[in-house]
Write a protein that binds this ligand. Structure first.
Ligand SMILES: Cc1ncc(COP(=O)(O)O)c(C=O)c1O
Length: 344
């Protein structure tokens, strides 16, 4: 068994490589959260494997329910799917949720019981805005529990305060993975020679930031703190704005870069969307774009609990434009409600 980390061109590249290796026939399935970042459904479709969905619990700040995991695993295995792994995105995209350590421990035990490989997507690990839900890595919990569960965890230079998504750099950690499997992964990686140099320099800088006494330390610290504090303020402000509106509710973004509010769309609007052959949340987002210039992603792009409608908004617009951004969104939402449910 081995522990170690391997470099990659990005978290996406590493995720794809691990999925390529796990999927050996069309019977294979991998459990994925709903809502999820579409890298997972897209990669599983490309390799012709099953996406086995489990739902995140919106009313519990997007934590995972082990009974839901048990249910969806049993259902997939009963249908003959060879379920081999479970994907967890923590902190979550698109939800902004951050898993409690106790929930992570339950997930590790669930995967141990059912011999599932854990794929922990932890690219937002430094984007954490609450004290109640600090980031805890799967690797740490696996070690604390003395578990022999197989784990791949993924990190990237694309997020955090660095945000160097154009340079393409990342790495994955492998815990309790058989040497032969690691050898196979190395062989696959060697086919494309090596990850790009610029991206890997950025990985080095991310994992080895300037330290006290280094020439660039003060500037680095000031810039990181500035970006972080601003994102924290914007995260809070956006969730508050959504929650101040009728027909909307939104969990606080505990982490990542997103709010994922739920919208109660008027029935007349839903009917109109259906008559146009469109998803109601897509129509809502398209109308928002046309009315305000704000671009958000409909919940149906990530998957959502049937009968519910959401959209994902980043809180990345610059802080000096943020109030205008919120005001114009509010005008759009209230205007739509007034048109389709005039009693509000
Ligand atoms: C959850 C999640 N995983 C992976 C990625 C992709 O990361 P990278 O740019 O390193 O491929 C993203 C990008 O948005 C993401 O949100």
């Amino acid at each position: 068994m081995t522990r170690g980390n391997r470099r990659s061109n990005s978290a996406s590249g590493a995720v794809e490589r691990v999925i390529d290796m796990l999927v050996s026939s069309p019977d294979v399935g991998i459990m994925i959260p709903i809502p999820q970042y579409p890298l997972y459904t897209a990669t599983l479709a490309r390799v012709n494997a099953h996406a086995v969905p489990y739902y995140l619990q919106e009313d519990k700040d997007w934590q995972l329910s082990v009974s839901d995991l048990e249910h969806s695993l049993a259902e997939a295995r009963a249908k003959g799917t060879d379920v081999r792994a479970l994907v967890v995105i923590n902190p979550g995209n698109p939800t902004g949720g951050c898993l409690l350590e106790s929930n992570i421990a339950e997930i590790v035990r669930f995967c141990e019981r059912h011999r599932l490989v854990i794929m922990a997507d932890e690219v937002y690990q430094t984007n954490i805005y609450t004290e109640t839900n600090p980031f805890v890595s799967f690797k740490k919990v696996v070690a604390q529990l003395g578990s022999d569960v197989e784990l791949f965890s993924f990190h990237s230079i694309s997020k955090g305060m660095i945000g160097e998504c154009g340079r393409r750099g990342g790495y994955y950690e492998a815990v309790n993975i058989d040497e032969k499997v690691m050898g196979q992964l190395l062989k696959l990686a060697s086919v494309s020679l090596c990850p790009n140099v610029q991206g890997q320099m950025a990985v080095d800088i991310m994992v080895n930031p300037p330290r006290l006494g280094d020439a660039s330390y003060e500037q680095y610290k000031a810039e990181v703190e500035d970006i972080f504090e601003s994102m924290k303020r914007r995260a809070k402000k956006l969730a508050q704005a959504f929650n101040s509106l009728p027909n909307m509710s939104c969990n606080d973004a505990q982490g990542a870069m997103y709010c994922f509010p739920r919208v109660e769309l008027p029935q007349a609007f839903i009917d109109e969307a259906k008559a146009k052959g469109q998803q109601p949340d897509s129509l809502y987002c398209m109308q928002m774009l046309e009315a305000t210039g704000i671009s958000v992603v409909p919940g149906s792009g990530f998957g959502q609990y049937p009968g519910t409608f959401h959209f994902r908004s980043t809180f990345l617009p610059p802080e000096n434009l943020f109030d205008d951004f919120i005001d114009s969104f509010k005008r759009f939402h209230l205007g739509l409600l007034a048109r389709y449910s005039p009693k509000i």
